[in-house]
Design a protein around this ligand. Sequence first.
Ligand code: NAD
Length: 293
Amino acid sequence: MAGKIKKVGVVGAGQMGSGIAHVCALAGYDVLLNDLNAERIKAGLATINGNLARQVSKGTISEEVRQQALAHIKPAEKLTDLATCDLVIESATEKEDVKRKILIDLCQNLKSEAILATNTSSISITRLAAVTDRPERFIGIHFMNPVPVMELVELVRGIATGDETFEASKAFVANLGKTYAVAEDFPAFMVNRILLPMINEAIYTLYEGVGSVESIDTAMRLGARHPMGPLELADFIGLDTVLSVMQVLHEGLADSKYRPCPLLVKYVEAGWLGRKAGRGFYDYRGEKPVPTR
Ligand code: NAD
């Protein structure tokens, strides 16, 4: 079955979807990239182009490989365009209703044997699988950000995910040159279950005035040897995604230790979503990031 994956559809051309399309194309898969409209797909393709160019300038890949990878990716404005895909990875906004609608629409268009995967950071794979016509061919393939750089992929089986789908997904991840870790289907899986409460705690530390944005990030970079401070990392992930994951943990595990920090909610309400919005805990609109608190 694994050998049969030749064409991969990616729904959502944001920071993750474009990264997924990028690594699939580099691994030689044909890729169809979908988003809400042509403009967003174009923006995703531009990101991929820029990131491939960066890899060329760093000497990680050759110019020829960059050209080949780009030739593998085609825009797909409608979900019906994904009918020929062997695997479709949903990587749209982290909102359950958005994902449900995409999955329901996708099922009407896909080949019956196609595998359907989601890159959700936190939502139940079993629950998402239940809205599809193929729970046994549905799986969580959870990439890390930035996709071209990060080695890990979490594989999450829903209650109904079949062995063939699991094996095909393992082979797919290996073909991308990445390593998988298998997580059970519980809210936020493994990496985010551990990482996001730490980020939320860093936001509480800011909210309660224990430290400034800069001092919290410096403290964790130099005091815990984290390559990035937690607030810098939150901006990198996207504060809307951070909030969604905390809400899923809070609701799914019904434990008050996961309550999202009100300051995080405020930033999201302001539209200060981090790097992708130009402003979050830092303001990225100038030459250098400037703390917003
Ligand atoms: P993003 O905001 O950068 O991109 C989301 C994209 O989905 C946008 O381009 C949006 O236009 C598109 N979209 C929304 N509704 C759509 C629809 N109906 N059809 C097609 N496209 C639609 O977000 P992101 O960071 O790329 O996150 C995408 C997914 O990846 C989420 O499920 C998120 O939890 C997951 N994820 C994120 C990270 C991270 O660090 N940001 C890491 C791992 C997984």
